[in-house]
Design a protein around this ligand. Sequence first.
Ligand code: ATP
Ligand code: MG
Length: 785
Amino acid sequence: MEKYLSQLNDAQLQPTIQIEGPMIVIAGAGSGKTRVLTYRIAYMMSKGIDAFNILALTFTNKAAREMKERIASIVGSTEAKNLWMGTFHSVFARILRSEADKLGYPSNFTIYDTQDSDRLIRDIIKELQLDKDVYKYKQIRSRISSYKNSLITVRAYFQNPELIEADTMARRPRMGDIYKAYVERCFKAGAMDFDDLLLKTNELLTRYPEVLAKYQNRFKYILVDEYQDTNHSQYLIVRALSDKFQNICVVGDDAQSIYAFRGANINNILNFQKDYDDVKVFRLEQNYRSTKNIVNAANSVIDKNQTKLDKVVWTANDDGGKIVVHRSLTDADEGRYVASTIFDNKMNHQLQNSDFAILYRTNAQSRSIEDALRKRDIPYRIYGGLSFYQRKEIKDVLSYLRLIINPKDEEALKRVINFPPRGIGQTTIDKLMVAANGYNRSIFEVMKNIDKTNVKVNSGTKNKLLDFVTLIESYQVMNQTADVFELAEHVTKSSGLIKEFNKDGTPEGVTRMENIEELLNGMQDFVEGQKEIADATGSLTEFLEDVALATDMDNDKDDGDKVALMTIHLAKGLEFPYVYIVGLEEDLFPSAMSMNTRSELEEERRLFYVALTRAEKQAYLTYALSRYRWGKLVDSEPSRFIQEIDEAYLDIQTPIEEQRINPMLSADIFGDVDSNGHKTVYNKVRFKPAKQPTFKKGQTKQAPEKYQAPTPKNLKRVSSATSSAANTNLFDGNLAAGNMVKHERFGTGEVLKIEGTGADTKAEIKFTGVGVKKLLLRFAKLEVI
Ligand code: ATP
Ligand code: MG
């Protein structure tokens, strides 16, 4: 038997060597589902199945890349080249490219990212003269997304009185009109949004039986990881493609289904056995990832869910340390605790930063953690922010490139038609847009044929418009011979972008230039890298597709040795030796918005299960008794999820702060500087926090003794003079440009310049982590280092 198969246990081996027929592997976290999928592909290939006939769908492109590398290391990279692996979006974007004409799309269609979609929706709301406070573009986008993922087209929407009624009840009676306009505008721009990539694939496979047959014959073997989080649209695609040969292997864990809010349907995994005949079901029970304490704790929590498939998860690993539960007074204290224990763990156990992950329920929680990490000089990386490709300057460059490929691309055009400024004002652009909608042509076509249209602009403006058309057309000519890198380099220079960003010499400008340089480097890598991939041409279209679908997870570039910060949703499938789950408080986790129904609460519990099962060696659960949320200090109670863990697996710590608590000594000065530099300072008196809640087995929820929050009476306004006196002595008064300083929250930085005099003296400081800040010295608590 092949040597690599010995790296599987018996239960894993069975599904790995079961090649034919429909099958499902349902198993708990860390039991080797992804490993089975990977080895199974290698095994299939070693049995002579052509890589060309295999399709593997993963949750992230990064996961696909890693899987492919692993397979290549077993079967050889030449063989692995032909495998189709990736997310649903990236795989079907490729298929749509070659079939686009059938759907009336150009093969070089643009993929709109969420920024593009948002901008378009905002424009439409404006054009329809709707109230933007009622028609909130983000809500509209998520509505449209959920229609699309349920395959509700515009026509289907208008034929469905219930949907119309629901939107009317939600005070958005014009929702259908927005949806219609949005779909039409995307189509006219030759653009698909992310959801279209699935919706249009379904349309293609349903309307064109010959296309369906072609891909059914090609993808004789289909594998899907994280099947529990597929949505309806994805489910239908998988069903259609696997219908002929029924060689479909899905792996997943119903207990880790956490994307219902984005349309994922847990029933896809629960009902898989009904969808195909003779489904073979495999279960894996041994967890290889985590210690006994972690596995058992996770089991005890997920046990509380009613809707679940019965599963056993055990591990032969060591007991490991108990799960540490830590209470802090405030979110800032929580951050400090996390940073200092990371620091200690690193020292005591010779660990890397990348051995640690900090997971939270909402992105907003990262701030207090970041502050603390910076203070300790612990490098970290936040996942789930803007992807590199969504940064302003990068999107500017990409917009030019998008126009080369698809001049109809409305969002790209609106972005750069007057950037760098070339004297084409908003009024002109509005006129062009109205004309384009009237003629049902693209803005670019209207510009090109401006003389033949009814658009009224003066001759100076007309020339500027025609110059822009000529500029883009000259790039199109160059694109026929130059490679992506050469073209982009030329575009950044000749469009004036480089000059524009270089102009002011501000640190921001420098950073933007560096990013553009990084983009160009990436393009060079892309040109090189494409040689490795079968049937890739290294074309600009391919490059743009890659970047449109890239998330910041996929950007391996600046990985270094850093602590990972991310939401739990993003952590799915990953593992880290040390995991902190922070903000374990009622209303935050479980989220206040997800406590209305049992099913919502069960999804939150699954999310907690996902979080806990990311940990290999040690897990920390932290919560704070009060926390800043939406700019206000709110008090909170520990999450019910902590109490749901069997106490045997917990190490509940008594915080040190509690021992030295003294309302008078712990008075904390905090406040904010307004735009005029005036500071409001409150003297906050802290009260004795709640007693440590007692955890009893089988108890669902126990309200802790109430922690008394500061009331307005406790918040004594003190004059800013008093507080500034206290603060100024931290600053020696001789600060000058070039000094290195340390700030309590922003970390270390270099002083760029000093402005103003006396009490109004301000310093512009470039901080390593957070960029340039202008601070009023009276308040800034700077330390010269
Ligand atoms: P999740 O549900 O979180 O996605 P999973 O079921 O996909 O988890 P894997 O990521 O495949 O689990 O495996 C978890 C860890 O256990 C990985 O580090 C993997 O390499 C390791 N592992 C899996 N099977 C074995 C085995 N038979 N021997 C040794 N290590 C294993
Ligand atoms: Mg996995």
